[in-house]
Design a protein around this ligand. Structure first.
Ligand code: FAD
Ligand code: FES
Length: 358
């Protein structure tokens, strides 16, 4: 257990989300715990660096997989009260090789590097606001961090928490949530199952939360600051339901766990002959100029994993093999990495035809 001298209990700031510098970290896996059939929690000690964070923020980890090191981003699920310890809760994505490797191969005692904390999906600049927290699948982690933080601060916050999962066995943190609810009478907890298993006893809500369910669970949804995280289709659906219930668009905050760039496909106009050629291995793509590389590639169907989307976390690191680019990052690359030719695709615009390695 981390020592009390490293305890930070961030207070609500007066305005905006204050920025801590994103620090480079060396972390050591202290414990692994299975939560559901496809999800595990990973507790890390920070052995070098200091993790200063707010609820809902994320870290990135460099994962030394046999095929080469890849970087992935995860929201801290524990309360952001310690600078030398944190916990992540990670679902092995069905087609995910990095998360599967973490569950199968990352061992207690292993040391890896990372960066953190970053992100703006946080209640930190919304004090004394009634909250509606909605998490679907692994998108429940920012809600858990927020709730653990409020609970550890003994905040009598007015919170409605909705967890959406496929079946009962996929629900996260049930015992702990019940325990928090006994100490926090202003907390209301709901679970909604999209596909309860045959023979599974379930008398609660089923399907996707619709207007009738929302009215039953949260009759005053329109006045709550709402944080929603989960698959993109789920967040879109919840946004529509809540807007129909009178929630102002500006009070509906979302976090995407991997489809940030999918939006770009809608906003980047199709190329009409004056694109820039990007070669990746044997493939070539004609992409829009003057658009960050990760967005322009996503628009033509090539995904590069991203985390912060603003040059801090290093998740979108690729190697520039040929050509010229303009890059404007915010500490997501070390000087050594830059000297080795790495660039961050979320904050790099190609100036000429380029060739990159992933
Ligand atoms: C801010 C943030 C917080 C997150 N927090 C959590 C968390 O708490 N728990 C959790 O389980 N997961 C979380 N994720 C998702 C996680 O980082 C992985 O992206 C996800 O689990 C995919 O699994 P993988 O890395 O094993 O997939 P991989 O097999 O490594 O990748 C699968 C495919 O998806 C693409 N891909 C992977 N990541 C992204 C991405 N970010 N953007 C676009 N394409 C991508 C890859 O190119 C590949 O084609 C978070 C993501 C973000 C951006
Ligand atoms: S996505 Fe974080 S640095 Fe590019």
């Amino acid at each position: 257990m981390a020592v009390a001298t490293d305890m930070i209990v961030p207070a609500f700031p007066k305005a905006g989300i204050p920025r801590h510098p994103v620090e480079r970290l060396t972390v050591k896996l202290k414990a692994k715990r299975r939560e559901t059939p496809d999800t595990m929690s990973f507790a890390f000690d920070v052995v070098d660096g200091s993790l200063r964070q707010y609820p809902g923020q994320a870290v990135s980890l460099d994962l030394p997989m046999p095929q080469g090191t890849v970087t992935r981003t995860f929201t801290v699920a524990s309360a952001p009260n310690l600078t030398n310890w944190f916990e992540l809760t990670i679902k092995a994505a069905p087609d995910g090789y990095a998360t599967r490797w973490m569950q199968d191969a990352l061992a207690v005692g292993d040391e890896i590097t990372g960066r953190g904390a970053f992100g703006t999906f946080s209640i930190i600049s919304h004090p004394n606001t009634p909250l509606l927290l909605i998490g679907g699948g692994s998108g429940f982690t920012p809600m858990m961090s927020t709730l653990r933080w409020l609970s550890e601060r003994s905040e009598a916050a007015d919170v409605v928490l909705i967890q959406a999962a496929r079946s009962k066995q996929d629900l996260l943190f049930q015992e702990e949530l019940d325990q928090i609810a006994t100490q926090m009478p202003t907390l209301k907890l709901f679970n909604v199952l999209s596909a309860p298993k045959k023979g599974e006893a379930w008398s609660g809500y089923r399907g996707r939360p619709d207007r009738a369910m929302i009215r039953a669970m949260v009759p005053d949804a329109h006045r709550r600051l709402t944080l929603c995280c989960g698959p993109v289709g789920f967040m879109d659906h919840m946004g529509k339901v809540l807007r129909a219930e009178g929630l102002d668009r500006a009070r509906f905050l979302t976090e995407s766990f991997g489809h940030k760039m999918a939006l770009s496909q809608d906003v980047i106009p199709p190329i009409k002959g004056d694109g820039i050629t990007v070669s990746i291995g044997a493939q070539t793509y004609d992409v829009a100029p003057d658009v960050p590389l990760s967005a322009s590639l996503a628009a033509v169907g090539k995904r590069i994993p991203t985390g912060c989307g603003e040059g801090q976390c290093g998740t979108c690191r690729v190697r520039l093999l040929e050509g010229e680019v303009e890059m404007n990052h915010q500490g997501g690359l070390s000087q050594q990495e830059q000297d080795q030719g790495y660039i961050l695709a979320c904050c790099t615009r190609p100036k000429t035809a380029i060739k990159i390695g992933m």
